[in-house]
Design a protein around this ligand. Structure first.
Ligand SMILES: Nc1ncnc2c1ncn2[C@@H]1O[C@H](COP(=O)(O)OP(=O)(O)OP(=O)(O)O)[C@@H](O)[C@H]1O
Length: 208
């Protein structure tokens, strides 16, 4: 794949980070540094804190100690990150294409137009269907299409491969590859390493 730098140089850094909920500390002294063009897998058993770490990196949960920094991001370029939770957040009565148009209106149409994003994730023929009728794997593909309609350099993905079939896994790996090749970065919580064997790994231990 051709390496093209289309995002500005960007770095997600955490130092001395403690994560958790209220009084409950799930992990302490976490440090990470992920630059453009790189990906990091978050591994660990159920309840170890992978989703909590992603939410903390996204600024959606406060750090219990330490700090998270996003370097190289210019406010004038718009929001830098996408956080995709493990729920699909699909509105059942909006059509598939309306769903993407809604996200594009919210996040900015800075990437593919919705129909092209649907084609890319294999949902081109489902555009007019109510999103609630999509299968679990198709809904996950729709979430991936959201990443494509609004270009942002930082992807924080929580179990993105859940419910995906083998082709879906390959699609996800290809999208992440392309994103990294374009200078983006991805931090991915997953129990399934398929397609991500070359990414570095941070393992959270429930006992931490
Ligand atoms: N809002 C909350 N308030 C209190 N505890 C919470 C909250 N959200 C999550 N937790 C707890 O934090 C712990 C870590 O949850 P988290 O979802 O981060 O784990 P995970 O590593 O992503 O797990 P899994 O592999 O099952 O997805 C769990 O014990 C969970 O019950």
């Amino acid at each position: 794949m051709t390496q093209r730098q289309v995002y500005p140089q960007i770095l997600v850094k955490a130092e001395g980070l403690a994560i958790g909920h209220g009084e409950t500390v799930l992990a302490r002294n976490l440090s990470l540094s992920v630059g453009g063009g790189s990906g990091l897998l978050l591994r660990g058993p159920n309840g170890a804190g992978k989703s909590t770490l992603l939410l903390t990196l996204a600024g959606l949960l406060p750090a219990l100690a330490g700090r998270v920094a996003l370097e190289g991001s210019d406010a004038e370029d718009g929001p830098a990150l996408h956080h995709c939770g493990h729920k699909n957040a699909v509105r059942p009565r909006l059509s598939v294409i309306e769903t993407l148009a809604f996200w594009a209106a919210l996040n900015g149409t800075t990437g593919l137009v919705p129909q092209a994003a649907l084609e890319r994730v294999g949902l081109g023929r489902m555009a007019r269907l109510d999103a609630g009728y999509l299968s679990a794997g198709q809904q996950r593909r729709l979430v991936l299409a959201r990443l494509l309609v609004s270009r942002r350099p930082v992807w924080l993905l929580d179990e993105p491969s859940a419910a995906l079939d083998a082709q879906g896994h390959a699609l996800l790996a290809a999208l992440v590859d392309e994103h990294l090749a374009a200078g983006g970065l991805a931090i991915i919580a997953t129990h399934d390493q398929t397609g991500f064997e070359n990414l570095s790994t941070l393992t959270l231990d429930r006992a931490a």
